[in-house]
Design a protein around this ligand. Structure first.
Ligand SMILES: Cc1ncc(COP(=O)(O)O)c(C=O)c1O
Length: 387
């Protein structure tokens, strides 16, 4: 056992130490990876703490304790992916429930809601949750959950978590926040009244684009117990290997995020000044309509930025000219990723609807990594000069 639990320490100290006691037998500073499906029972009828890895595994438990400590949560339950985490949260609801969800959700979440969970008797309604009144207007007797992402992808629009939590608390329904975009380092929705927080750990938490995983965090004992039960019953649990990798990644989360944010500021400065860039979407800009809210509910403005150039031709010219930026979907890794939502992540949304949401052809999204800022700035500058 460690000499202390580290729960009263700063973010990075917790990230490095919570659940990470050195191995008592060997003294290994890094706890071992428990790659096992089952656990010996030393005596008949006397199983130990762990029985079978679908139900529980020490490497996974260590990660769950670590992530919960970062998100101001009592409980963390790890899943095989962010989508599996969302699916399990939805299984907390009885059939017939009405869910108010944000219009700007990750496409895979929308697909899960519409093409899988609707058939199980859940009813989803999409509203612009940046307007709290829109949530009140959509309310029904059967409303059992509000499900949001803030900031949204790719336009970085924000929902006032405290205002929505006041509404959901008053009516005794769950507020769920997908916090993937910010990571617990920059935003902790449970502190603003949310009931459940989920992450695709695939993104910032793991941070190295080399694993898929998800986690749900909560302070509600009953929901936590049910989620643990669902995880073991359905079996969409995180493997020990993935848990070990994610644990290694999360230890550097704050350092990666700080670096990414510093570089993002420089990239934003370049974009704002450039004559061929028509609009820049970044909550750190004073011109962002919710800049004040961003300052209030986040501890930084993050490493995601979107901007607009004239049209798809300009997008192609710019993206094909970059050599340090990687043209790919996803986000939150150490490498800077750049994408065109209209033709990539949001291509499945009809053009008219997409444009009505503000996702025009010329929109480009960047997830800023940790390469040298000078190299990224030089690469982007030469690309913009071709427009
Ligand atoms: C905001 C957000 N939530 C959830 C997911 C789903 O996560 P996963 O790919 O780990 O299933 C993603 C994936 O891109 C995402 O961007």
């Amino acid at each position: 056992m460690s000499k202390r639990d580290f729960l009263d320490t700063g973010f990075s100290t917790r990230a490095v130490h919570v659940g990470q006691d050195p191995d008592p037998e060997t003294g290994a500073v890094i706890p071992p990876l428990h790659a096992t499906s089952t656990f010996v029972q030393k005596e008949f009828g006397q199983p130990g703490k762990y029985i079978y890895s679908r139900s529980g595994n020490p490497t996974r438990s260590a990660l769950e304790a670590n992530l919960a400590a970062l998100e101001s949560a009592q409980h963390g339950i790890a899943f095989a992916s962010g989508c599996a985490a969302t699916d399990s949260i939805m299984r907390l609801l009885p059939p017939g429930s009405h869910v108010i969800a944000g219009t700007d959700l990750y496409g895979g979440t929308y697909r899960l809601f519409e093409q899988v969970l609707r058939d199980t008797g859940l009813n989803f309604e999409y509203v612009d949750t940046t307007q709290v009144d829109a949530i009140s207007a959509a309310w029904r007797d059967e409303t059992a959950m509000v499900y949001i992402e803030t900031p949204t992808n790719p336009l970085m629009a924000m929902t006032d978590l405290r205002a929505v939590a006041d509404l959901t608390r008053e009516r005794d329904v769950r507020l769920v926040v997908d916090n993937t975009f910010m990571s617990p380092y920059l935003q902790r929705p449970l502190e603003h009244g949310a009931d459940l927080v989920l992450h695709s750990t695939t993104k910032y938490i793991n941070g190295h684009s080399d694993s898929i995983g998800g986690v749900v965090m909560t302070n509600d004992d009953d929901d936590a117990e049910r989620l643990v039960f669902l995880a073991k019953s359905v079996g969409a649990t995180l493997s020990p290997f993935e848990a070990w990798l994610i644990q290694r990644g999360v230890k550097t989360l704050a350092v990666r995020m700080d670096r990414s944010q510093d570089t993002t500021e420089r990239i934003v400065d370049l974009l704002v000044e450039h004559p061929k860039v028509e609009r820049v979407y970044y909550p750190g800009l004073e011109s962002h309509p919710q800049h004040e809210l961003a300052k209030r509910q986040m501890d930084g403005f993050g490493g995601m930025v979107a901007f607009e150039v004239a049209d798809m031709d300009a997008v192609k010219r710019l993206l094909d000219s970059l050599t340090v930026f990687t043209l790919a979907e996803s986000l939150g890794g150490v490498e800077t990723l750049i994408s065109n939502p209209a033709s990539m992540t949001h291509a499945s949304i009809p053009k008219e609807e997409r444009e009505a949401r503000g996702v025009r052809d010329g929109l480009i999204r960047i997830s800023v990594g940790i390469e040298d800022a000078d190299d990224l700035i030089a690469d982007l500058s030469q690309g913009l000069e071709r427009l």
